[in-house]
Design a protein around this ligand. Sequence first.
Ligand code: BTN
Length: 137
Amino acid sequence: LCCGTNAESPPLQCVLTGKWTNDLGSSMTIGAVNGKGEFTGSYHTAVTATTNEPTVSPLQGSQHRTNQKGQPTFGFTVNWNFSDSITVFTGQCFVDKNGKEVLKTMWLLRSRVENMKDDWKATRVGTNVFVRLQPQK
Ligand code: BTN
């Protein structure tokens, strides 16, 4: 057996560890992914739904096992430390035809509202596409 991708040497691509940027100009740094697929990191958003100045906020997530199929799904939560909001992201890592990793995500941003009657307007939804900020060797 030579040179293919197999269980002994999984693809180096689509492990989320590293620095990423998205189409809004936000950036995030993801630390080591542990044996259970769990990771932590930090998120610097370029935009906010509030009038506050964004500060770097913690994220926690998990990535599906990176088996021979590759292109794993993942999810993470950002607990914004400059607002009362939380965002959850879910997505999949793809390797495009040029071998470039792309994270295609959808997110839900939950804002705090004072009353239950305002619940209807408390959740925003959207998509973000992330690419590596410093492509890895
Ligand atoms: C807030 O405004 O209360 C917190 C910041 C929310 C930023 C959102 S999360 C989804 C979207 N993607 C980003 O990179 N930033 C915005």
